[in-house]
Design a binder for this molecule. Structure first.
Ligand code: PEP
Ligand code: MN
Length: 293
């Protein structure tokens, strides 16, 4: 069949046939990231700093989130910053520190790839490659990440529809990589009282359209620490398969996103609250015993 006769137009599952729930006849996919399940009854808690700043900050955060029950470590070595004058990440040194944090805690690492020129270095350290909101429609990047075969956390673009997110995921799946998590991280709306609008309806609607696990990022949506816990609980209760959340030992001194990062010494309390909310939708923090809602 020629490529042109494969061309389809319109809307809906035909445009994201591999990501669609019909593809798996209504079965939701459960991923296995270094032994941590994501999806089904398993709730993923991905936690760590916005960016890797130093050895001490990275290791201290990794230990704190691991001890509290996080299932994966997040941390950016390459940062997509709105201003070209803002800190752009430690790059290779940041990746090295993430590898050290993983060796010390056993937590799988989630880190962002921005530039295809860094793909080999990122793949060496990442257990999950994050494609950020600003790159959701960078189709050559999506295809390359698809060919790389590593699990991917794909964030929804700032002004993207759910169909556009699913078609972006399709670019990865089409290359033979089925390990994709979708991530709602807040969208731009007319509302200016907070940074972005966390679209929690996206969770049940994505799960109705697609078999892929859905993760929620309350940190970047809110931009404010005090909103992160209530939004996390709502996300868990509405059926998300996990959260990705920013944590720092001293947020006031953080190089980026300080106001939204949870304090590392308060993270255990946060985790307990999240576990109770996840239990409302029948989910258990990966690797933990069920708790009563
Ligand atoms: C991040 O998670 O570090 C990040 C930059 O998020 P987003 O792409 O959602 O803005
Ligand atoms: Mn951040």
């Amino acid at each position: 069949m020629s490529a042109i006769s494969e061309t389809v137009s319109g809307e809906g599952p035909e445009l994201y046939r591999l990501a669609s729930l019909q593809r798996t006849r209504g079965e939701h996919t459960v991923l296995d990231i270094g032994g941590r399940k994501v999806g089904g009854e398993s709730f993923a808690l991905i936690a760590g700093p916005c960016t890797v700043e130093s050895r001490e900050q990275t290791i201290e955060t990794a230990r704190a989130v691991r001890d509290a029950g996080a299932t994966m470590l997040r941390g950016g070595a390459y940062k997509p910053r709105t201003s070209p004058y803002a800190f752009q990440g430690l790059g290779q040194e940041g990746l090295r520190l993430l590898a050290e944090a993983k060796a010390q805690t056993g937590l799988p690492v989630v880190t962002e790839l921005i530039d295809l020129g860094d793909i080999e270095a990122v793949l060496e350290v990442a257990d999950v490659v994050q494609v950020g909101a600003r790159n959701m429609q960078n189709y050559p990047l999506l295809a390359e990440v698809g060919r790389a075969g590593k699990p991917v956390l794909l964030k929804r673009g700032l002004s993207s529809t759910l169909d556009e997110l699913l078609m972006a995921a399709e670019y990865i799946l089409k290359e033979g990589n089925g390990d994709v998590m979708l991530c709602e991280r807040g969208i731009r709306t007319f509302e200016s009282s907070y940074r972005f609008t966390l679209d929690l309806m996206a969770v049940p609607v994505l799960k109705e359209r697609s078999h892929l696990p859905v993760i929620v990022d309350p940190s970047h949506a809110a931009g404010r620490r005090d909103l992160v816990t209530p939004l996390s609980l709502a996300a868990a209760a509405v059926g998300a398969d996990g959260l990705i959340v920013e944590v720092h030992p001293d947020p006031d001194a953080a190089i980026c996103d300080g106001p939204q990062q949870l304090r590392a010494d308060e993270f255990a309390e946060y985790t307990q609250a999240v576990e109770r909310a996840a239990a409302l939708s029948g989910k258990v923090l990966a690797g933990r015993e069920p708790v009563l809602a």
